[in-house]
Ligand binder design. Structure first.
Ligand SMILES: [Zn+2]
Length: 374
């Protein structure tokens, strides 16, 4: 059975950049975009062109260098946003305006102060205005998961009639549970069969630590595009992490039957570049790209790994441009200690090795030793 190919929409340069304290210069956005192209993402959301002159310049610069990926920019349903977005994307090989408007009662009443009829009309107007100015138009029902599915389905119908190519139903505030999010897609698709003619997209935030789980639930529910960021950076608790989604789909491909165009060998380099240019350090215990994601200190694990790495690793880190490490500490065993001594060029007989190991254990127990064997 061949796998279904889904699109990876990377928003590191837009939603990721909206993390408090990150401001990437245009040349830094270009450097990341070039790496994202090597990584093989399908869409690069480069910024919010109308947000600032610097962001306009960042989107323009990324549009000019991207050779393979579609370049997108975020827009409100305002003429000035759509004009600025289309203008910034003028040099793109393939361009996309990503328009959003909230559909939840909370946002419509408290933030927008618009009626549902006004929201539906504005959404359709903006999509119609964008169509023809760029190659593709995406519409997002902001705060979809706290919206009435009947109203979301109506907005979907209207924006598709106005020419939307992609419809995104984001979990903007990280509120949904995985099976609930999957059920939401099922329900909206049932109410709006027009969705079968466009690409349906998921976009998740990690406020409850469920962004990746929700994204995978959406994939199982049949979406054709997932929006995510490198290292999971983004507003508040962050977005769904690209590397986690991609590796879950790869490691469990037999079960999920879904494939991406990502070159796994570029994951390590992409993570490191985003970490360096954003200044957002990757936590050591972060899945896939954390410094300890493939580090094993416990003796029983080290012994198993030295016999066969699949005993305690479901991913071969070398395939991602990363390395397994066996740091030595109080939990380490004799097998890994002997390997570390041999790697350091120490020829120890059994007697010496035993004495050295006992002294090492005593030191490690005292908490003052920090020995690392790569
Ligand atoms: Zn978002």
């Amino acid at each position: 059975m061949s796998s279904r190919r889904i699109q990876i929409f990377d928003t590191t340069l837009r939603d990721g950049e909206q993390s408090p304290g990150i401001a990437l210069r245009p040349e830094e956005k270009v450097e990341i975009a070039e790496q994202l192209e090597r990584l093989g993402v399908d869409v690069i959301e480069a910024g919010f062109a109308a947000a600032s002159p610097g962001d306009f310049e960042g989107v323009r610069a990324v549009a000019a260098v991207a050779r393979r990926a579609t370049v997108a920019t975020l827009c409100r349903t305002r003429r000035e946003d759509l004009d600025a977005g289309a203008d910034a994307l003028r040099d793109a090989r393939r361009s996309r305006l990503h328009i959003f408007l909230a559909t939840s009662p909370i946002h419509m009443q408290k933030k927008l102060r618009l009626t549902p009829d006004e929201v539906a009309a504005q959404a359709a107007w903006a999509v119609g205005y964008a169509r023809g100015r760029v190659d593709e138009v995406e519409f997002s029902c902001e705060d979809a998961t706290r919206s009435d599915p009947v109203f979301v389905a109506r907005v979907c119908r209207e924006v598709i009639a106005a020419g939307a190519d992609v419809v995104n139903l984001p979990d903007t505030v990280g509120y949904a549970l995985p099976n609930e999010y999957a059920g939401f897609f099922d329900e909206v698709r049932r109410l709006s069969p027009e969705l079968e003619s466009v690409t349906i997209s998921a976009h998740c935030h990690d406020d409850l630590g469920l962004a990746v789980a929700n994204s995978l639930a959406a994939v199982e529910a049949g979406v054709g595009q997932v929006e995510c960021t490198m290292n999971g950076i983004g507003e508040r608790a962050g977005n769904a992490a690209l590397e986690e989604i991609v590796m879950a789909l790869r490691v469990r491909e037999e079960r999920l039957g879904v494939d991406t165009g990502i070159d796994l060998a570029e994951i390590g380099a992409s993570s490191a570049l985003v970490e360096r240019l954003t200044g957002y350090a990757v936590p050591p215990n972060k899945a896939i790209v954390g410094a300890n994601a493939f580090a094993h200190e416990a003796g029983i694990h080290q012994d198993g790994l030295l016999k066969d790495t699949t005993t305690y690793q479901i991913i071969e880190p070398k395939e991602l441009g990363l390395a397994m490490t066996l740091p030595l500490g109080k939990h380490s065993g004799r097998h890994a200690f002997a390997r570390a001594c041999a790697d350091a060029g120490l020829q120890l007989d059994e007697e010496l090795l035993s004495r050295a190991f006992m002294r090492f254990k005593a030191l490690a127990d005292s908490g003052i030793v920090d020995v690392t064997a790569a």
